[in-house]
Ligand binder design. Structure first.
Ligand code: AHZ
Length: 308
């Protein structure tokens, strides 16, 4: 019989399978059978490569001009991305995360003991994203921090206006005068993290750029990669020195981080524990409410700048 004819006909078009290799039917969608005859739809290696590269490079091309760049996808950066993506669905929000796995320190509750403690009223963010918890009065406990991180990540990535480039490091800022002559952070310089890590052993590995009217830095406290933008502000002469993160004081640290979340330089908002390095404020240790509320405050700041 004639049957249905696919757009490509029943044989693989020549540009999908190398000359000399056996063609296959593009109408075959495989067969589910767990008794030993499970069969996949045929595919060529070229189709797999092109399915990925065309999307990745189209995203890079498009996001070279973004509305907001969030540097670092830890608990603060992801909380910010969620609130911003939800409240500004027409804005291009681009997240750059140096690690292969987004989530930063929030895959565990800060210690190596799974549960995540969140002081009230920041539990309202857990309710917003639908993460269950046990109520202990002034604070709540999420059974496993990974439940928070995976839920938040899945919601952030589901927004049509969000793109995440992971395994990609921000290795510099773009800073230049605005129309009034004032120095303004107007973008980030990126490279694949593996490239960034090998600048000393390889020659000529030039970076990419992403420009945006708002950059949000959420790179965490000092560490191999942390506090990146805060440190760059010092080496670029925009601030004299870092405040340096102070010792642990939960009661004091959390409100200071949330209320101190702000545009630290024109075009650059800072959120999460990076702020403790910038301002010289305390760490809170394993309580995460401030990261969520600081991320939301950073999103409010971004919306204010975008609307001004
Ligand atoms: O990989 C980093 C992590 O995922 C990423 N990052 C750092 N530098 C980067 C760069 N380019 C791109 N140059 C970069 N990405 O930023 C993320 C930071 O996440 P985090 O979990 O470390 O920071 P946070 O501020 O979201 O959460 C802090 C959690 C802490 S630390 C702490 C304490 O030490 O007392 N307490 C809490 C709640």
């Amino acid at each position: 019989g004639s049957g249905s004819v696919s757009f490509f006909g029943t044989h693989t078009p020549k540009d999908l399978v190398s000359p000399g290799l056996k063609p296959f039917a593009t109408t075959d969608e495989g067969h589910v059978d767990y008794t030993g005859n499970y069969r996949f739809a045929p595919i060529s290696e070229a189709q797999v490569s092109r399915a990925m590269t065309k999307r990745y490079f189209a995203d890079m091309y498009d996001r070279a001009i973004s509305d907001v760049v969030i540097v670092g996808a830890g608990s603060a950066g992801l909380s910010c991305a969620y609130y911003l993506a939800k409240n500004a669905p027409e804005k291009k929000i681009t997240i750059v995360e140096a690690n292969v796995a987004p989530g930063g320190g929030a895959w565990l509750g800060g210690q190596l003991m799974s549960a995540m403690v969140v002081r009230k009223p920041a539990h309202e963010f857990l309710q917003e994203i639908g993460v269950p918890f046990e109520d202990e009065g002034g604070f709540v406990v999420v059974r496993h921090a990974a439940q928070f991180t995976s839920t938040l990540l899945s919601k952030v990535l589901a927004f049509a206006n969000v793109r995440l480039f992971n395994a990609t490091a921000v290795e510099d800022l773009i800073v230049r005068p605005d129309h009034t002559g004032r120095q303004r952070v107007g973008g980030v310089v990126t490279n694949w993290t593996l490239v960034s890590l090998h600048h000393d052993s390889q020659s000529c590995m030039d970076p990419n750029t992403i420009t945006a009217p708002v950059i949000i830095s959420a790179t965490g406290h000092d560490g191999p990669m942390g506090a990146f933008c805060a440190k760059r502000l010092v080496s670029n002469g925009m601030i004299e020195k870092l405040g340096d993160m102070r010792c642990l004081d939960m009661m004091r640290a959390e409100p200071v981080i949330v209320n101190g979340t702000r545009e630290v330089q024109p075009g650059l908002i800072m959120t999460g524990m990076e702020l403790s390095e910038h301002d010289g404020s305390n760490r809170m240790g394993p309580t995460f409410g401030a990261m969520m509320a600081s991320g939301v405050k950073a999103a409010h700041e971004a919306l204010r700048i975008l609307q001004s």
